[in-house]
Write a protein that binds this ligand. Structure first.
Ligand SMILES: Cc1cc2nc3c(=O)[nH]c(=O)nc-3n(C[C@H](O)[C@H](O)[C@H](O)COP(=O)(O)OP(=O)(O)OC[C@H]3O[C@@H](n4cnc5c(N)ncnc54)[C@H](O)[C@@H]3O)c2cc1C
Length: 412
């Protein structure tokens, strides 16, 4: 039964129970959760350009490290099982190095076997995840997808009109999942100032001479962080977070020169682990920002995913937090009492969203605090600080109980 056939938002009045702006992973995930609970939803947004593997570029340059909680929600939405196995790389080990050289260098190592799991996280290409989400959306008759960008919003009493060049849609609940620079957030009067790190994440794929063995590796070097994420086969995806003055240079390097400069990181440690790196495809760069919107729900507008919170990618948590926003909504709707109340009152029910906002803000705050804090700690260039942070890493590495707890927090 569709909720709108029983609720005051009957299909005849032309209202959707919810309209989601933004056809990203979070927007599609939120639409699937609502549709699976019987609500009629429209998603408005262009699909990202489809990535076509080719001999020069076998892998989508955008990949995500997904946590156990993200995996669980994607599984419940019947998205996970449709991602081809050869597009998912389990992470069996994580290694992190500090920014000193020689014996003073801090090192942290987490392994799936020490933590009692098969995989710490999974590395997935954006395009594979997106294709599987879109297939699930196409199978869901309660979702209408409008393949056009949102051009504007207007408020007609308690109803939002969402304007695109294909259609105008009406709803009492508008979910803004249109990313860090959300137009919906801005037009609904919920905008806030994001902190610009004045840095970029430079992204490229390499074939490696020595296999990665499922290890995700990260090197901190002052205000740069190099992450090498394992991909299926002898390939790695690089995310090099650098201040703008360095990233501008890095992204202009010819592919082989880029490979040389990556191999030289940490006194040649990258080359020692992977051997020669062979570039596979182009280099891309993404701006790095940070922020949490002060208000996530007001007058029938909800902010989700990057529209609500943006974190530095050094801990690979941005999309995971967005998928947890979706999982929390699913969790709240599993209460039959609450579902019945929402079906009676409509999806814009203030109590539902206040509860959701409270839980999500409480879960996001520590992740923001830690990622921003780590970023700032490694940027500090004061005497003795480098020694302290490297010693701190060595100490944590020798405390199995604390390490186990830390890896469980990171995996959740
Ligand atoms: C270099 C880098 C590496 C990262 N690595 C990881 C990682 O390993 N793990 C992780 O969890 N996170 C990672 N992140 C973070 C992750 O990319 C984001 O948190 C995630 O993509 C947010 O998803 P979203 O759906 O909220 O927003 P987006 O992915 O930004 O999607 C928003 C969608 O809205 C659309 N849109 C925008 N404006 C409009 C409009 N006017 N009308 C309609 N649609 C519109 C956009 O086209 C887009 O499709 C990384 C980020 C960077 C920069």
């Amino acid at each position: 039964m569709h909720a709108n056939s029983a609720s005051p938002l009957a299909s005849g009045d032309g209202l959707y129970d919810a309209v989601v702006t933004g056809c990203g992973v979070v927007g599609l995930g939120a639409a699937l959760v609502l549709a699976s609970h019987g609500f009629r939803v429209s998603v408005v947004g262009r699909r990202p350009p489809q990535f076509q593997p080719n001999p020069a570029q076998r892998f989508d340059p955008r990949v995500f490290a997904l946590s156990h909680r993200s995996q669980r929600i994607l599984d419940r939405l019947r998205v996970w099982d449709n991602i081809p196995n050869d597009k998912v790389q389990p992470v069996l080990e994580m290694q992190i190095w500090g920014d000193s050289q020689g014996p003073d260098q801090g090192q942290l190592r987490f392994s799936a076997s020490d933590t009692g799991v098969d995989s710490l996280t999974w590395i997935i290409e954006q395009s594979s995840l997106f294709d599987s989400l879109l297939a699930a959306v196409r199978y869901q008759p309660a979702i209408d997808w409008v393949d056009a960008p949102v051009e504007g919003l207007s408020r007609e009493r308690d109803v939002w009109a969402v304007v695109s060049n294909l259609k105008t849609l009406r709803t009492r609940l508008l979910i803004a999942a249109d990313g860090a620079q959300s137009l919906t957030r801005q037009q609904a009067g919920l905008d806030y100032e994001l902190d610009d790190y004045c840095a970029e994440g430079v992204v490229a794929t390499f074939e490696v001479e020595q296999h990665h063995h499922g290890s995700a590796r990260q090197w901190f070097e002052g205000d740069s962080v190099l992450a090498m994420l394992p991909l299926p086969g002898p390939y790695v995806s690089m995310v090099w977070s650098q201040p703008l003055h360095e990233s501008q240079r890095t992204k202009e390097l010819a592919p082989q020169a880029l490979a040389e400069s990556v191999m030289a990181v940490s006194g040649g440690a990258v080359q020692a682990l992977y051997g020669q790196l062979k570039p596979c495809g182009q280099t891309y760069a993404f701006p790095l920002r940070h922020g949490i919107a002060p208000v996530w729900f007001d007058q029938g507008v909800v902010l989700m995913g990057d529209a609500a919170h943006v974190v530095h990618p050094l801990a690979g948590q941005g999309l995971n937090l967005g998928l947890e926003d979706v999982a929390e909504l699913a969790q709240l709707l599993t209460s039959r009492k609450r579902l019945l109340a929402v079906q009676r009152l409509g999806l814009a029910d203030e109590q539902l969203w206040r509860a959701w906002e409270r839980r999500r803000k409480a879960a996001c705050a520590p992740v923001h605090f830690i990622t921003d804090g780590l970023h700032n700690l490694f940027r500090l260039d004061l005497p003795g600080v480098a020694t302290l942070r490297n010693k701190g890493m060595q100490l944590v590495n020798q405390l199995p109980m604390l390490k186990r707890w830390l890896s469980q927090q990171a995996m959740r």
